[in-house]
Design a protein around this ligand. Structure first.
Ligand SMILES: Nc1ncnc2c1ncn2[C@@H]1O[C@H](COP(=O)(O)OP(=O)(O)OP(=O)(O)O)[C@@H](O)[C@H]1O
Ligand SMILES: O=C(CO)[C@H](O)[C@H](O)COP(=O)(O)O
Length: 401
């Protein structure tokens, strides 16, 4: 029986009902959750049918400007249907809803607005500027099939806006600075990803976006990165040790001394032993492989492409690492690489290549960032389908027993 504080559990979806605690009337398909309301000092019980309990929760952590939105767009695309902000809601909402997924941005759990942070002298990365109790309770409620009124942090005004209603989706993605910081929230995640962008590359991307698209000066971009660095090192970066998959983005090793951030070396670090997740491999599972695919079947201009694969240790965990250094000249030829990868959770031959071609205008489509984000998207679809299948089978097993 789960006991928690309810802040703003506003409405229940259609298959839920509030009743007095009564364990004896629970059917096989039902679960009873008791909520203890701190302010009203009252207790109520919410009974939900099994159909409401299937929200799978995915965590995506990264610093600002490190490609979370791009990754989210690739992920939601794997499931099909457009992802849009809640209809008729706050135009500055950070939430994206599609048929299968709801993506919420954890910036919405900032407890201090822009002025508040300035007054207290803390950055948004500092845990003191964020409400982890509320984050935990609301993510838990959604996972339990209960809609919540989630606050909105308005990036345009820098203020906390009135909340928006979030109904339990099939897949909830919580993306932002701290999805794995608080152990209670971390424990709710069915799968977690960390985008680990090295400083040189982060700088190059920031310049591209904030200088070219937002008119910021080089000095101000440098100053903003430097100002965030101590808190980034203290609170954001350590989360990668908890991630089930890390996409690490580094300058290429194919051009000596390069730190332009145009050609990238990208590593997909996959934890072994994660339920419903079988790491991808190249040629032969568990072996150490170096592969230069350039030649008759893959066109490569300077500096070429190099793949590697093998077992490693990461923060004391056994992991498999797939690496790609370089970039594709012709995306249609990616099928050649795809055909040498296994455990990629495709539903048909060439699905990775098809996805990459479909989203070829997204940043990173010609390199390992796009390729590995697409593969992780397919792995999440597979994980979701396995979890649903296991849950559907569970009552049957119980009946047989
Ligand atoms: N794989 C990539 N290759 C090259 N550039 C990229 C890649 N991913 C992101 N970028 C660059 O970084 C910028 C930020 O990407 P994106 O908006 O996806 O990040 P974000 O983490 O959601 O940012 P924020 O938290 O600030 O909203 C993009 O505009 C693009 O310039
Ligand atoms: O690190 C961030 C996550 O996106 C932002 O800087 C943080 O949310 C504060 O936002 P703003 O700069 O718009 O006040």
């Amino acid at each position: 029986m789960a006991v928690c504080t309810v802040y703003t559990i506003q409405s229940l979806n259609s298959n839920c009902s509030i009743s007095k605690p009564n364990k004896t009337h629970l059917g096989l398909h039902q679960k009873q959750v008791v909520f203890y309301n701190k302010t009203k000092r009252s207790q109520s019980t919410i009974t939900c049918s099994a159909a409401d309990e299937k929200t799978v929760v995915i965590g995506l952590a990264a610093d600002s400007g490190c490609g979370k939105s791009t990754f989210m767009r690739r992920l939601t695309n794997v499931f099909g249907g457009a992802a849009e902000p809640p209809k008729g809601g706050n135009p500055d909402s950070n939430t994206l809803i599609s048929d299968m997924t709801t993506v919420i941005c954890l910036d919405d759990y900032h407890s201090l607005d822009r002025t508040g942070r300035k007054q207290k002298g803390v950055t948004a990365l500092d845990p003191r500027a964020n409400d982890f109790d509320l984050m935990y309770e609301q993510v838990k409620a959604i996972k339990d099939g209960i809609a919540v009124d989630k606050p909105i942090y308005n990036h345009v005004s820098g203020l906390l806006d009135p909340p928006e209603l979030i109904k339990p989706p099939k897949i909830l993605v919580i993306e932002g600075l701290h999805p794995m910081y608080d152990q209670r929230v971390r424990d709710l995640l069915d799968f977690s990803i960390y985008l680990d962008i090295s400083n040189d590359v982060k700088f190059a991307w920031k310049i591209q976006r904030d200088m070219a698209e937002r008119g910021h000066s080089l000095e101000s971009i440098k100053a903003s990165i430097e100002a965030r660095k101590p808190d980034f090192d203290a609170y954001i970066d350590p989360q990668k040790q908890y991630a089930d998959a890390v996409i690490e983005v580094l300058p290429t090793q194919l051009i000596p001394g390069d730190n332009e951030g145009k050609v990238l070396r990208v590593r997909l670090i996959m934890k072994e032993g994660v339920k419903y997740f079988n790491p991808v491999y190249l040629f032969d599972e568990g072996s150490t492989i170096n592969w230069i695919p350039c030649g008759r079947k893959l066109t490569c201009s300077y500096p070429g492409i190099k793949f590697s694969y093998g077992p490693e240790s990461y923060f004391g965990h056994e992991v498999s690492v797939l690496e790609m250094d370089g970039q594709f000249d012709r995306l249609d030829e990616l099928i050649y690489v795809e055909s040498h990868l296994s455990n990629i959770s495709t539903k048909f031959y060439g699905e990775v290549t098809q996805q990459m071609l479909k989203l070829s205008d997204f940043p990173g489509s010609n390199n390992g960032t796009g390729l590995f984000q697409t593969i992780v998207g397919l792995k999440i679809r597979d994980l979701y389908e396995q979890i649903i299948a296991a849950k559907a089978a569970a009552p049957l097993q119980a009946t047989k027993a």
